[in-house]
Structure formats: C-alpha cells, structure tokens
Design a protein around this ligand. Structure first.
Ligand code: ADP
Ligand code: 5GP
Length: 202
C-alpha cells in the first residue's frame, strides 16, 4: 500500500490555518488532522484530544527528553509539538495527514521528512491579517502587536515551501489545497502507476 501524504500547512498566526484546515477536511473526508500536544490552556469550547492534547510544561519537557516529538516549538510562550507516534503509524497505513503547525515546526519536519508536502498559507494583506487576529478575539491588545511583529518576520519563510496559497476566501484556499493533494497523488515519483502495472517500475 502507498504511504499516506504528509501535508504541512503553515503560515503566520491568525492567517486562517485552522479555519482552512477544517474546511479542507469537510471537502476531503479521507484526510485527517494530526492532534498536537500543547502547554497552552484550552480556549472555551476546546476539548482534550480533539483540538489538542493539553499538558503541563514539565511533562512536555520530559517528552522532549524522551525524543517523543517529530517537531516541537515555543509559539507565543507556549510549547507545541507533534508526537512521532501520532504520525508514523497513520502514514504507513496509507492515511493522508495534515500537520497544522507554525513556521519553526514546519522547517523541522521539512528537514527530517523530505517527502512531506509543504504549503505556506499567506494573508491577502497584512491589514487583513491584523483584522483576522483582532476579529478572532482570543488575544489581549499587547499580544496582538506581538503576533503581527512575528508575522512580518515569518512571511519571509514562504520561499522554502513547496506551495504558496493565499487565504483570500476560505473556500478558494481549501479548494486549492485539495487540488495540490490530487496533483501530488498523480506523481510517478510518489508511487503513481498505470492500472495493471503492479509495483515498482524497472
Ligand atoms: P490560525 O489558525 O492561522 O491562527 P484561524 O483559523 O484561527 O487562524 O483564523 C483567524 C481568524 O480569521 C478567525 O476569526 C477566522 O474566522 C478568520 N478567517 C480565516 N480565514 C478567513 C478568510 N479567508 N477570510 C476572512 N476571515 C478569515
Ligand atoms: P493556537 O494557540 O492559536 O491554537 O496555535 C498557535 C500556533 O501554534 C499556530 O500557528 C499553530 O499552527 C501552531 N501549532 C499548533 N500545533 C503545533 C505543533 O504541533 N507544532 C508547532 N510547531 N506548531 C503548532
């Protein structure tokens, strides 16, 4: 069985990664979103094991020491990480998986897993990004300016990614990423074969 596609979706905080990923999973039902581990406290409405596995900083550090993470990063004062175990088995069983992670984590996964497909989600403008962060209503005013400063720096990372998608409307962005997955599945280098061709080509 062909391995599943590991799709990294990254971009500055507030660009709409979570929103676009949720829509993408509705469009493409076979796709799964990897559940990260974080030390950030749950927001209202978030559930343990659904949005994140919530944990303490000391437990997170133990997991780093134990080599449990494929990647991890400190994002706005909290630890976030992807457990190796959450990824390996699923990919091997042919499951396509999305990692919705920050820029630092995306760089680690790209370096360790060259076959991963990376998508940089960009805002239509920095003004639109600011409006989205304010509109989400999850940040204190001083934290909004910090997030914007970080975002300006992070925008420069786009050139290291396989694909750039502008999150103009959620629908357009989700459809573009859906098409990217379709295209990746047609890649001969990734194992696409004509009907009846069997396994590896000579
Ligand atoms: P991220 O996961 O990148 O931090 P979110 O998915 O939480 O971002 O989105 C941040 C805010 O922007 C949310 O309030 C969301 O509803 C809004 N948003 C996301 N995508 C769009 C879009 N294409 N147009 C307008 N608002 C959007
Ligand atoms: P939030 O606290 O808003 O849910 O997420 C903050 C940031 O952390 C977002 O940019 C999100 O993509 C990122 N993030 C979520 N999970 C992970 C993870 O497992 N690893 C890394 N590196 N970043 C993550």
């Amino acid at each position: 069985m062909a391995e599943g596609i590991l799709l990294i979706i990254s971009g500055p905080s507030g660009v709409g990664k979570g929103t676009v990923c949720r829509r993408l999973i509705e469009i493409r039902k076979a796709l799964k979103l990897s559940v990260s581990t974080t030390t950030r406290p749950p927001r209202p409405g978030e559930e343990e094991g659904r949005e994140y596995n919530f944990t303490t900083t000391s437990r997170f550090k133990e997991m780093i020491e134990a080599g449990s993470f494929l990647e991890w990063a400190v994002v706005h004062d909290h630890y976030y990480g992807t457990r190796r175990e959450a990824v390996r088995g699923l990919l091997a069983s042919g499951q396509d998986l999305i990692l919705e992670i920050d820029i630092q984590g995306a760089e680690q996964v790209r370096n360790k897993t060259p076959e991963a497909v990376s998508v940089f989600l960009a805002p239509p403008s920095m003004e639109a990004l600011e409006e989205r962060i304010i509109g989400r209503g999850t940040e204190e005013p001083d934290r909004i300016s910090r997030r914007l400063e970080t975002a300006r720096r992070e925008m420069k990372a786009y050139s290291h990614y396989d694909y750039l998608v502008v999150n103009d409307t959620v629908e357009k962005a989700a459809n573009l990423i859906d098409s990217i997955i379709d295209a990746e599945k047609c890649k001969v280098g990734r194992g696409a074969r004509p009907p009846g061709a069997g396994g590896e080509s000579k």
